[in-house]
Design a protein around this ligand. Structure first.
Ligand SMILES: [Zn+2]
Ligand SMILES: [Zn+2]
Length: 371
């Protein structure tokens, strides 16, 4: 059964008089775009099967002629069956068919070394300035004793009997794309073509050993909690001299009890006593750049916000900094001596309507500080 009744030319997006190379080109483009391994489009697999079927029909002069004259019905009466295929083995088919690696190196694992993961924790103050951290890791490196070959020095290596030393098998296969030669890695020697008689005693034949290493990790100013830094080529060594993997260092930014970070902005609170808020005061507060003395005017209210523009976190890989906002909290006495109580009562007896009257526009000023 055909998988589609849609027009094959339409599926491939080619004209009815398109030549073979135009059809092949169109299919190749769609296959790259729709392959389920790389496509996030819904129904990519179904569409992929449809364009593959369209290509199968239109790339063969007999089935194409049949389809041109009689459409899908002609194909059915001619006994056409689209080739059933397994999505899993497609990358190999494609590289054989197109003569290149359709999905780019790495999609199929390759033989490069594994990636390495590490985690570090830094202070918020260090995240604000950027820093360099020495990260200890255990990384696989080529074995010095055997030079990475896995063979005990002075002993013999023979040729793999299974593959005759080539490391791979070649198989002629028939597929939807016609006949082609399929290459498989030899399972007996894992592609090396050699049989090791005495494995290296240092690495047990693995060709690699674990080594303690320190990675110097440059942490950019403004980094956020949980971000990862990639160090290309600092991961595990590959086997048989292939390139090393990468190291990924995840950075945790320790919360600072003095500040709350939100994006690139910093928030903190300051406690003023009732009298400091009433009379005005100079108060030392912590900022990311160190202590700063802030002047609070007489009549400062709880909930008031002071904006320290440009004293927040630096913008990661950008310019400028966020802001620092200081929220005022006013502390009210909890325990009064008799004398203090008497003084407050006396103060209160002198208070009138004007004492607590807000300044014009204070509320507007407050609101603008939050923007
Ligand atoms: Zn070794
Ligand atoms: Zn072999």
């Amino acid at each position: 059964m055909a998988t589609t009744e849609r027009d094959y030319y339409e599926l491939l997006g080619v004209a009815r008089d398109a030549d073979d190379s135009a059809i092949k080109k169109a299919f190749r483009r769609l296959a790259r775009q729709l392959h389920p391994d790389v496509s996030s489009e819904p129904e990519a697999e179904q569409r992929f099967r449809e364009v593959t079927e369209a290509y199968e029909v239109l790339s063969n002069s007999e089935t194409r002629a049949l389809y041109d004259r009689y459409g899908h019905a002609g194909l059915r009466s001619g006994g056409f069956q689209p080739t059933q295929f397994d999505m899993g083995g497609l990358s190999d088919l494609f590289s054989a068919f197109f003569g290149d690696d359709l999905f780019g190196a790495g999609m199929r694992g390759g033989a490069r070394g594994g990636d390495l993961a590490a985690e570090i924790e830094i202070d918020l103050a260090d995240a604000a300035t950027g820093t360099t951290v020495n990260v200890p890791v255990e990384v696989a490196v080529p074995c010095q004793t055997c030079g990475g070959g896995g063979v005990q020095p002075g002993t013999n290596v023979s040729t793999c009997a299974r593959c005759g030393g080539s490391g791979r098998f070649q198989q002629v296969a028939r597929s939807v794309f016609g006949e082609f030669v399929r290459t498989q890695t030899c399972p007996a020697c894992a592609g090396s073509g050699r049989r090791i008689e005495t494995p290296c005693r240092e690495c047990q034949g693995a060709g690699r050993v674990l080594e303690e290493r320190k990675l110097d990790v440059d942490i950019p100013a403004g980094i956020h909690d949980g971000q990862r830094i990639r160090l290309t080529g600092e991961g595990h060594a590959g086997t048989l001299g292939t390139r090393a993997g990468d190291a990924y260092v995840q950075v945790h930014v320790r919360p600072d009890p003095r500040f709350v970070r939100e994006g690139n902005d910093i928030f903190s609170t300051v406690d003023l006593t009732m009298t400091q808020a009433s009379l005005g005061a100079s108060i030392t507060i912590p900022t990311l750049d160190g202590d700063d003395v802030l002047e609070f005017a007489a009549g400062t209210q709880p909930g008031q916000v002071l904006l320290l523009r440009g004293l927040g976190m630096p913008v990661l890989q950008g310019f400028g900094r966020g802001d620092h906002r200081v929220l005022v909290n006013v502390v009210v006495p909890r325990h009064l001596s008799d004398e203090q109580r008497r003084l407050l009562e006396e103060f209160d007896s002198h208070a009138d309507e004007r004492t607590y009257k807000p300044d014009e526009g204070l509320f507007e000023k407050l609101k603008s500080a939050f923007r």
